[in-house]
Design a protein around this ligand. Structure first.
Ligand code: MN
Length: 254
């Protein structure tokens, strides 16, 4: 089984090494193509206005000076000798829950794989506020990764769908199990906004993701994580709101 790994935190991300350990339990034909720098928050963006460079670091290890979507595209079109059987994106440092998924480079890399017709799974390790920065533990992802992927490799995936997996911020032994749940929503408050002045005296602003409150909806990814479970959520790119179609069409009917 040929597997392509990527990670929106970049080619040197700790979570990518965790993912390599997980993937090594599934196959020995592992290819890596990841952004050269961190691309968290890049969403599904594709680099169109400048060239991207491809760099080889080891026999099956490559980086791209672009977005997670660029990296998957380059992997599929240029790097791999043929289509992979599986694309794994992660393990992201931090949650990709609820409406995070449209900002997420991790989920978008898997989405790109799903659009290419390849079984694609995004994996993210949630961390608690106290463990930010270098100290984020991937213990739950490392211990549970292969257990989650086993059934996901056997399950049928509908066309153009991917699966989004989040691991709770717990020691491996404290994880309560795995739940298949729907995508939730955060309350709308886009995290923190730091305002300060740069060394040359000009104001700057810096967005942060911490402090987004939410009341987890029933059977959502947010609820599963808050209760100590691993969340498994099938996603698709069709953002059409079916319930509004008839009503909206009637507004234009004459
Ligand atoms: Mn990231």
């Amino acid at each position: 089984m040929r597997i392509l790994l990527t990670n929106d935190d970049g080619i040197n991300a700790p979570g990518l090494y965790v993912l390599e350990k997980i993937a090594a339990q599934l196959s020995d034909d592992i290819w890596i193509c990841a952004p050269s720098e961190e691309q968290s928050g890049a969403g599904h963006s594709l680099t169109l206005t400048r060239p991207v460079r491809l760099r080889q670091h080891a026999p099956k290890r490559f980086s791209v000076t672009g977005t997670p979507t660029d990296a998957v595209t380059m992997g599929l079109r240029k790097v791999l000798p043929g289509p992979p059987d599986l694309i794994l994106s992660g393990v992201n440092r931090g949650a990709n829950l609820g409406d995070d998924v449209t900002y997420s480079g991790t989920v978008s890399a898997a989405l790109e794989g799903a659009l290419a017709g390849i079984r694609s799974i995004a994996l993210s390790q949630v961390y608690s506020r106290e463990d930010a920065g270098e100290d984020v533990s991937f213990a739950a992802a490392e211990a549970w990764g292969a257990k989650v992927l086993g059934p996901l490799l056997k399950a049928p995936f509908a066309s153009r769908t991917l699966v989004n997996v989040n691991f709770p911020p717990l020691a491996a032994g404290d994880v309560r199990g795995i739940r298949v749940v729907r995508q939730g929503f955060h309350d709308y408050a886009r995290g923190s906004l730091v305002e300060s002045v740069d060394p040359r005296g000009f104001p700057y602003f810096w967005f942060g993701l911490h402090g987004i409150e939410h009341t987890p909806g029933r059977n959502t990814d947010l609820e599963a994580i808050s209760e100590g479970f691993i969340s498994v959520t099938p996603l698709h790119l069709d953002l059409t709101h079916e319930g509004s179609m008839t009503q909206l069409a009637s507004q234009f009917a004459q």
